[in-house]
Design a binder for this molecule. Sequence first.
Ligand SMILES: Cc1cc2nc3c(=O)[nH]c(=O)nc-3n(C[C@H](O)[C@H](O)[C@H](O)COP(=O)(O)OP(=O)(O)OC[C@H]3O[C@@H](n4cnc5c(N)ncnc54)[C@H](O)[C@@H]3O)c2cc1C
Length: 343
Amino acid sequence: MEGNRENKNVIIGWGLAGAVLSWQLYFENRTFSVFDSLSNHTTRVAAGMVNPIVFKRLTKSWNADLLLPAAQKFYTRIEQELSVKLISHKSIYRVFASIEEENNWNSKEGDDRFSAYLTTPNKEELPDEKFVNYPFGIGKVNTFGNLDTNKFLDASKAFFLEKGLEFYDEVFDYNTINDSARFFFCEGMGVKQNPLFSDLPFKPTHGETLMIETSDLKFLHTLNRNMFLTHVEGNKYNVGATYNWELDKPITTEEGKQNLVERLAAFTNFDYKIVAHLAGIRPNVKDRRPLLGIHSTQKNAIVFNGLGAKGVMIAPYYANQLLNHVFNDDALDPEVNIERFHN
Ligand SMILES: Cc1cc2nc3c(=O)[nH]c(=O)nc-3n(C[C@H](O)[C@H](O)[C@H](O)COP(=O)(O)OP(=O)(O)OC[C@H]3O[C@@H](n4cnc5c(N)ncnc54)[C@H](O)[C@@H]3O)c2cc1C
């Protein structure tokens, strides 16, 4: 990188966690190098949605009021730095399954804690009833949109390479850890091979998506009905996702594909062609909170992981908090600090 050639920070993993952390280091004028093995690369299959709501219980997603604005500010800044469009502005339209769900939604819409997120869409915004069934109506979630996660990784890498980043396309060798640098482990499920952090209580969650093409739908936002259907570009839509706790490799399965096809058919009716089928392992944690912190004895080994199913929204705020912890000794939220598992 430009300026100080001394490479004191090493990032292991160029997924969402590693790339977001790199930007936060860059904003603090700190140099870094990167290792990435291109193994399980969950970020490359993510739909990139930012959803502040948990539909099952119709509550706010954990820390949404804090995380969502931080994420919006962060990715907007990156778009400006890169002069590349990374966010496609979309809302999420929830297709109600029952009259109860609709009533519940209407009452929460009037509640101050939810009114910024939950609204009732105008008729003109709704999808064509020929193609989507919504006898109980549709609610709308305001959010800033979807991050193009692949573009984010690739454009950020190109930007930093231009500035002289040393990027090693290789598996990091843990035997090379020495005292002359700080090592930020952002390995997603690769952490299972990491002798320093492999004991953290992950609950890896396999997920599959389909990329489909249809000339029928023409709906440029996201639909949700126990699954998502989100517009990507042109006639392309991303459909997902499955949750499977048995599979520990990012492989696609016929069962996963069938599951998605059936769930899609349960609330839509249009012709489409499947053009891609993807899989990844979400780095979920048993208590469903991220994993941040400094190793208890190897003080220059730092972990940033456990971003789970909502990494796009979580990563910016907590990457910043982690760096403040490492460099300024500021406290980490106890809820995300790995120390919660060492008491
Ligand atoms: C089907 C699916 C859909 C999803 N949709 C969304 C969504 O819409 N919105 C959302 O917010 N989140 C979504 N997610 C979750 C999101 O993908 C994750 O939160 C996020 O990608 C995790 O990023 P990460 O950087 O921790 O891991 P990864 O993206 O897996 O990156 C880890 C990187 O580290 C590298 N690595 C590991 N070990 C080593 C080593 N020893 N040496 C060198 N490199 C190493 C790997 O090769 C990899 O590139 C989805 C996940 C799945 C599976």
